[in-house]
Design a protein around this ligand. Structure first.
Ligand SMILES: [Zn+2]
Length: 385
């Protein structure tokens, strides 16, 4: 029987030393006995998950980690998320990620409209669709929705989480689809301004969704199935459409976990229980937890440390039942200092293959590990070999 494999990825866990933590990073400050055990009894390295020339995002980084070279197969985040939402794109469809955002006086105040609920988002987008022609919005989870443009050509766009607190003027879409996207944004501003959902949110002291923000559009990507690539049956556990979309194109089993929210309040232990069950039937499982990244975007050291500790407890639960090979890593850093992603290589640790001198799971220890600096797409071959 071949050995089973499990990757546990804490989105955005890596960070920088922080004065508030006496010069430690959140990973170093957090109490993480299970990740530390994996580093101590296993071996570490650094992984360059974002190839040069690409914007550091979970799309690029997670494709790399799963063995798909983004320089070959990446078209855009929207197309990946479409697959997860059960939307099959036509040959000339361009799918944009379409955030619900809060813009005040031309300043991007919140890239997620106060973590608007999925139900509220669906109502806003249904109203918007009544006013759009030649394109259509699809509601997703919370602020993460889609805008599909048939006969689209793509355009230059900016992730809204990169420009929190900044004036939007320089970051509006440019290029082929820009005119249509700007039109849709303008219409959304009008439709949302007096929408009951927003009036109700404001009354309750919550942020309204004042506009859509389309970005990272792309056509359907060409990806080989994970099983063809590796000979392993695979599954994925994530609350985030982007990751489930990558899993869908990779032909993996998408395992939905009740209580997984994609935010810091996610049910970590439910994820662990579903992971243990899935690993009984699959050769490979990828478990993604969004929470540390969200805490990074919030700039909350406390929440980030807490999220990392919850991820660690989840790993502990899995390790009690699972005896195969485990890799743990972030996809990219989301430093508290800048509240967004960077392309810095991330630490990774593998248990059940080699043993080196690393003693705990951290950015610094990763740099000392025996595997050295590898490309993101090297991880799966290393894990399997
Ligand atoms: Zn992020």
């Amino acid at each position: 029987m071949k050995e089973k494999l499990c990757i546990i990825l804490g989105d955005g866990m890596a960070d920088e030393p922080l004065a508030e933590l006496s010069g430690l990073t959140p990973l170093e400050a957090a109490h993480t006995p299970n990740m530390d055990y994996i580093a101590l009894e296993g071996a570490m390295g650094l992984l360059k998950t974002v190839p040069d020339g690409f914007a550091p995002g979970s799309d690029i980084a997670n494709l790399s980690v799963l063995g798909y070279d983004p320089t070959v197969c990446y078209t855009g985040r929207g197309a990946l998320e479409a697959a997860s939402m059960g939307i099959s794109l036509g040959d000339d469809d361009v799918a944009y990620r379409c955030n619900l955002v809060t813009i005040e006086n031309d300043i991007l105040d919140d890239f997620n409209a106060g973590h608007i609920t999925s139900e509220e988002g669906a109502q806003l987008l249904a109203s918007l669709n009544n006013h759009l022609s030649g394109m259509v919005c699809h509601p997703g989870i919370s602020y993460r929705n889609l805008l599909i443009i048939p006969g689209g050509h793509g355009c230059e766009s900016t992730p809204p989480h990169d420009i929190t607190g900044q004036s939007i003027g320089n970051y509006l879409p440019k290029g082929a689809d820009a005119e249509r996207l700007l039109d849709a944004m303008r219409i959304s501003t009008e439709v949302f301004a007096t929408h009951p959902v927003n009036l109700d949110r404001v009354k309750k002291g919550k942020k309204p969704a004042t506009s859509i923000w389309p970005w990272s559009g792309g056509k359907r990507p060409e990806m080989r199935s994970f099983q063809v690539m590796t000979g392993l049956t695979g599954g994925i556990i994530s609350a985030v459409d982007l990751l489930n979309g990558i899993g869908t194109y990779a032909g993996m089993e998408i395992i939905k976990v009740p209580g997984a929210t994609g935010f810091i309040d996610t049910d970590y232990q439910a994820k662990a229980r579903y992971a243990i069950e899935a690993l009984k039937r699959l050769d490979f499982l990828f478990i993604h937890v969004e929470a540390p990244d969200e805490a990074g975007h919030m700039g909350s050291i406390e929440e980030k440390v807490k999220a990392i500790e919850r991820v660690d407890e989840m790993i502990g639960t899995i390790m009690k039942e699972f005896n195969g090979r485990i890799a743990v890593l972030p996809d990219h850093p989301t430093p508290i200092r800048i509240k967004t992603h960077t392309a810095e290589p991330v630490p990774f640790a593998i248990l059940g293959k080699d043993k080196d001198d690393t003693t705990r799971f951290s950015e610094k220890e990763g740099a000392k590990g025996m595997y050295g600096l590898l490309a993101g797409t090297d991880l799966i071959p290393l894990l399997i070999s």
